[in-house]
Ligand binder design. Structure first.
Ligand SMILES: C[S@@+](CC[C@H](N)C(=O)[O-])C[C@H]1O[C@@H](n2cnc3c(N)ncnc32)[C@H](O)[C@@H]1O
Length: 227
């Protein structure tokens, strides 16, 4: 018997598998189909997809007790660094048919996979563009509730700032996955995290919390904040 319990956050579930293992999950918006190596679990006529914290930094931040979780039915999200859609697909499960995930990715290879995913999930809008240049997609992307960035680039903070200024509603949330090694391999991660937070604050953004992503991702944190 599989057991399903609602997570404290909207649209998330704890699934206890037959072997007793507990997994985080979202309700599958495209039943019968997987996007990566997640498991599909059926219970009570509903299909759930396990949300792997080793494959998604958002999943890792949830496991590590992130406090702020604004993802809801109908949310509009600008997602920078969508890759082939692992995390995007879980966000797609959460925001429903009237939500939208404007998913920016500059690798043509990853974008091809994302386009395939978006053919069955209409709330994913793949955009082939460079997140450093929001003017490339400002014709397509409206004002959004959340800006989520996971680009693993030295200019992560600057990219967040230009996109937040262009697209995030006042009072909207941002999520920035910081990979310290992408910024400077010679510095201690803690020093880099402080520098990124100071930069965001100098842009006038409010940092609400930081979540270390160990043991799922080494030398990464998730910064959550508000405009
Ligand atoms: C760590 S991966 C993202 C993983 C994804 N967020 C997930 O959880 O499923 C980083 C992605 O950012 C993309 N990227 C890096 N710099 C970018 C930029 N300037 N504009 C758009 N995409 C970028 C890379 O091609 C790569 O696919």
């Amino acid at each position: 018997m599989v057991e399903i319990k609602k997570h404290d956050f909207d649209k998330l579930y704890w699934v206890t598998l037959r072997d007793g293992n507990v997994r985080l999950a979202t309700k599958n918006a495209d039943p019968g189909r997987k996007i990566y190596t997640e498991r599909l679990v059926n219970e009570g006529g509903v299909e759930y997809r396990t949300f792997d914290p080793f494959k998604s930094k958002l999943g890792a931040a949830i496991f590590n007790k992130m406090q702020n979780f604004p993802f809801k039915e109908n949310s509009k999200i600008l997602y920078l660094g969508a890759a082939s859609g692992t995390t995007v697909s879980h966000v797609s499960d959460m925001v429903g048919d009237k939500g939208a995930i404007y998913s920016v990715e500059f690798s043509a290879r990853s974008l091809r996979d994302l386009v395939t995913v978006s053919e069955r999930r209409k709330n994913i809008l793949p955009i082939h563009a460079d997140a450093r240049f929001p003017e490339e997609y400002s014709m397509i992307v409206p004002q959004v509730d959340i800006v989520y960035e996971d680009v693993a680039q030295p200019s992560q903070a600057e990219i967040l700032d230009t996109n937040v200024k262009t697209f995030l509603k006042d009072g909207g949330y941002f999520f920035l996955a910081v990979k310290s090694r992408s910024i400077d391999v010679t510095k201690e991660p803690e020093v880099i995290y402080k520098e990124v937070i100071a930069k965001l604050e100098s842009y006038g953004l409010t940092v609400l919390e930081t979540v270390d992503l160990e043991p799922y991702e080494k030398d990464h944190i998730m910064i959550v904040g508000k405009k």
